[in-house]
Design a protein around this ligand. Structure first.
Ligand code: PRX
Length: 667
C-alpha cells in the first residue's frame, strides 16, 4: 500500500482552547469517562442514548440483535416517529417560536430573499404537506422520491414523508433525467416531489422537465407534486401532476404522526459503488435517529443559542443527517442557503454568516480550497466573530487548507472538527470533540465513544501505530445501513465480503488509513474503484458504463488523478468503434470535439458531477492476458505520463508505449 506511506506527515497539534473547553458539553475528562462507559457495555450505552435522545411511542426492550449478521437490528420492538422528536416535542417548550430554519435564496437582484420558519411554523407546514400527500394516497411503506433545489420545501417534504412513515429517497438536484429514472425505478417510487426549477449560479435548472423526461419510463409513479420556485413554464400532466401550493391549500395543520417500528426504513439514499449501478443505501428509523442525535450533540457541541450553518445539499447524506434531522432533534436553528458560494460574488458565504450570526459552520475541504484560492479579501470584508466552531466532511483535508480554515475563517479561535463518515454509516463515526480532543491538521483523530473503527492489514491483524492499512468497522453501530434496497446479497458481498478479524467478517469502508503514534487516524482515501471528486463519490464503473452507452464508444476505462481543487479529477481512456466519425488516430483537434460530445453524454446520463475532466482516445486499453483492464497502469499514465510499475502481466506492451507517447505529445 504505497499510497499510505506517502501521506503528508503533519506534526502540529492544537489543543482545545480554554475558553471553548470551559463552556463545552464535554471536556477531556468527560470524553474519557464516556469512552470508558461505552467500552464497558457498548450495547447498553447505545440503549441509554436511544432512550435519552429520542421520543418513543412504544419503548424498546431489545437492543442489538446480531443473530442474522451482517443483517442487524437495533431497538427492534420499539416504535416511534422521528418527526415527533424533531418537531412536536419542541412545541411545548421555549422553542415553540424559535427559528428552526433560516433560508436564504440565491438571486439578489431584487434584494436578499430569505424565509424564517419557527418550530411552530415548520411543524404546521410538515403536517399540511403530510396531509396533502395522504390525499394522494401516500402511506406507510410507500417510497417517495424528492428532487428539489435547496428550498425550505425540501426539508418540509423529507419530514412530511417521515410523518407518514413513507420512505423518502432524495435525489440531488444536479442529477440528470436518466439518473432519476434509474433511481425511481429501483426504489419502486409511486410519488415524486419536485419544483419547477432551481437557481444555480444565476441559471435556472429545469427540474420538472428532467422529471418529465425520466417518468416516460416509470409507469409506477402516480403523482408528481411541483413547488413553484422559479416561475418558469412547466407542462402539467392532468391527473398526475399537482402544484404544491394548490395541494396544501386548506390542509389541516395537524397530522397525527404514524408510529413505525424502529427498523422501518426512514430513507433510501443512492450512492456510487464499484459497479455501474448505484446502490440504494437503506437507513432505519430508531438506530439512525439515535446516532444522528448523539453525534450532533457531541461533535457540534450544539446548544440552543447556536445558529448552525451547513453548506451541504439535502440531496447528500450530510444534508440528511446534519440539516434535516440532527439539528432539529436538538431544537437548534439551522441556516441553509440555496445557491452557489460565488454568486453573485465570492464572499457570499461570509456575507450569510455575518447576516445571520452563524456560530457553527460545517463544509467540505474542496470548498475550503476554493475559498483559499479566491483570496483572503473575501472573508476579511465580513464580521465572522460570531463563529465558534468549524467542521469539515467529505474527503481528507490537506493541512494547508486546514490551517487556512483555522486562521482566516476561525481567526485562530474556533476548533475544527474533521468528521469521517459515509453514506453507509449514516452518522459521524470518527471525529474530535471540540472541547476535548487535541486536533492535528489532516487527521480526523479518533472514533467516538461507542464506535469501533479500526485499521487492519489484509490478513486481518491490527495495524500498529505508524502503520497503514484498511479502515474497517468491527462492531455493529446504530446508524449502520441495513441493506442495499432490493439486493441484500449485494449488501453482504460489498461490505462484509473482503475483510475479516479472527475469521469473522467486518464492515469494510473502502478507505485506506494510517494510524499514528498517538492512535490518531489519517484517512488516505478510497482503495477501491470509487473516486472522490469535490467531496462526492463517483464510481468509475458508473462513468464507464455511461461512456460505453454512447454508440461511438467501444470501451472505456476511468481513473482518478490528483487535483488541487477537487481532490481527484476524472480521466477517461476511450476506444472508439471502428468506422465511427471520430477515430482515435484522428488529429487531436478533431478528438477534442469528440471528447466534448462524450462529456455532454456523461452529463446527460449521470449529471454534471460525473463530467470527465479529460478524455483520451486510444486504440486499445492495456489489459492482462485474461482480459482485465489494468487500471493501475492507466492511473500512472494519467498522473505522471508513464507507467512505472510492474507490467509483466500486460498482454500487449505496445499499447502502453503508445499511450505514454501520446501523453508526451500533449505536453
Ligand atoms: O473516503 C471517505 C471520504 O468520503 C467517503 C464517503 O463518501 P460519502 O458516502 O459520499 O459521504 C460523504 C459525507 C459523509 C469516505 O469513504 N470521507 C468522508 N469524510 C472524510 C473522508 N475522508 C477523509 N476525512 C474525512 N473527514
Amino acid at each position: 500500500m504505497k499510497t499510505l506511506d506517502t501521506v503528508l506527515q503533519e506534526h502540529r497539534t492544537f489543543p482545545p482552547s480554554q475558553t471553548f473547553t470551559e463552556k463545552a458539553r464535554i471536556d477531556a475528562a468527560g470524553l474519557s469517562a464516556l469512552h470508558a462507559q461505552a467500552e464497558r457495555d457498548p450495547v447498553a450505552f447505545w440503549a441509554e442514548q436511544a432512550r435519552e435522545l429520542l421520543l418513543w411511542r412504544t419503548p424498546f426492550t431489545q437492543t442489538l440483535d446480531e443473530s442474522r449478521a451482517p443483517f442487524v437490528t437495533w431497538f427492534a420492538d420499539g416504535e416511534l416517529n422521528l418527526t415527533e422528536s424533531c418537531l412536536d416535542r419542541h412545541l411545548a417548550t421555549h422553542r415553540r417560536n424559535k427559528a428552526a430554519l433560516i433560508w436564504e435564496g440565491e438571486p439578489t437582484e431584487r434584494g436578499v430573499e430569505s424565509r424564517v420558519l419557527t418550530y411552530f411554523e415548520l411543524h404546521r407546514e410538515v403536517c399540511r404537506a403530510a396531509n396533502a400527500l395522504r390525499t394522494l394516497g401516500v402511506k406507510t411503506g410507500d417510497r417517495v422520491v424528492i428532487y428539489m433545489p435547496m428550498i425550505p420545501e425540501l426539508v418540509i417534504a423529507v419530514l412530511a414523508c417521515a410523518r407518514l412513515g413513507a420512505t423518502h429517497s432524495v435525489i440531488f438536484g444536479g442529477f440528470s433525467a436518466e439518473a432519476i429514472r434509474d433511481r425511481v425505478q429501483d426504489a419502486g417510487a409511486t410519488c415524486v416531489l419536485t419544483a419547477d426549477g432551481g437557481y444555480r449560479r444565476g441559471k435556472v435548472i429545469p427540474l420538472k422537465q428532467n422529471v418529465d423526461e425520466a417518468l416516460h419510463s416509470c409507469p409506477g409513479v402516480k403523482h408528481v407534486v411541483v413547488v413553484s420556485r422559479v416561475g418558469c413554464d412547466v407542462s402539467m400532466h392532468a391527473g398526475r401532476d399537482h402544484f404544491w401550493a394548490d395541494l396544501l391549500r386548506g390542509q389541516s395543520a395537524h397530522c397525527p404522526a404514524v408510529a413505525v417500528p424502529a427498523e422501518h426504513p426512514l430513507f433510501i439514499l443512492y450512492t456510487s459503488g464499484t459497479t455501474g449501478k448505484p446502490k440504494g443505501v437503506v437507513h432505519s428509523t430508531g438506530g439512525y435517529g439515535t446516532q444522528v442525535a448523539y453525534t450532533t450533540r457531541h461533535v457540534f457541541d450544539l446548544r440552543d443559542e447556536d445558529t448552525y450553518f451547513c453548506t451541504a445539499d439535502v440531496g447528500w447524506i450530510t444534508g440528511h443527517s446534519y440539516i434535516a434531522y440532527g439539528p432539529l432533534l436538538h431544537g437548534a436553528t439551522v441556516l441553509i442557503y440555496e445557491g452557489a458560494p460565488d454568486t453573485p460574488h465570492r464572499g457570499r458565504l461570509w456575507e450569510i454568516c455575518e447576516r445571520w450570526g452563524a456560530t457553527i459552520l460545517y463544509t467540505a475541504p474542496t470548498a475550503i480550497r476554493s475559498f483559499m484560492r479566491w483570496g483572503d479579501e473575501w472573508p476579511k470584508r465580513h464580521d465572522l466573530s460570531s463563529l465558534r466552531l468549524l467542521g469539515t466532511v467529505g474527503e481528507p483535508i490537506n493541512p494547508a487548507a486546514w490551517l487556512w480554515y483555522h486562521e482566516t475563517i476561525g481567526q485562530g479561535r474556533c476548533p475544527i472538527v474533521d468528521t469521517w463518515w459515509q453514506t453507509e454509516t449514516g452518522a459521524i463515526m470518527v471525529s474530535p470533540l471540540p472541547g476535548a480532543t487535541a486536533t492535528k491538521p489532516g487527521s480526523c483523530t479518533q472514533p467516538l465513544p461507542g464506535l469501533s473503527v479500526e485499521v487492519i492489514h489484509k490478513d486481518g491483524t491490527r495495524c500498529q501505530p505508524g502503520q497503514g492499512g484498511f479502515l474497517v468497522i468491527s462492531r455493529p453501530w446504530p446508524s449502520q445501513l441495513r441493506t442495499v434496497w432490493g439486493d441484500p446479497e449485494r449488501y453482504r458481498k460489498t461490505y462484509f465480503g473482503d475483510m475479516f478479524i479472527d475469521g469473522k467478517p467486518v464492515y469494510f469502508t473502502g478507505d485506506g488509513a494510517r494510524l499514528d503514534e498517538d492512535g490518531y487516524l489519517w484517512v488516505v482515501g478510497r482503495v477501491d474503484d470509487v473516486l472522490n471528486v469535490a467531496g462526492h463519490r463517483i464510481g468509475t464503473a458508473e462513468v464507464e458504463s455511461a461512456l460505453v452507452s454512447h454508440p461511438a464508444v467501444a470501451e472505456a476505462a476511468v481513473v482518478g488523478r490528483p487535483d488541487e481543487l477537487k481532490g481527484q479529477a476524472l480521466v477517461a481512456f476511450v476506444t472508439l468503434r471502428a468506422g465511427s466519425a471520430q477515430r482515435s488516430d484522428a488529429p487531436l483537434s478533431a478528438s477534442e470535439a469528440a471528447a466534448e460530445i462524450l462529456r455532454k453524454h456523461v452529463v446527460k446520463e449521470i449529471g454534471a458531477i460525473a463530467r470527465p475532466d479529460e478524455i483520451r482516445f486510444t486504440e486499445a486499453l492495456p489489459k492482462t492476458r485474461s482480459g482485465k483492464i489494468m487500471r493501475r497502469l492507466l492511473r500512472e499514465i494519467a498522473c505522471s505520463g508513464r507507467a512505472r510499475g510492474d507490467v509483466t502481466t500486460l498482454e500487449d506492451i505496445a499499447v502502453l508505449e503508445r499511450l505514454s507517447a501520446q501523453h508526451s505529445d500533449e505536453e
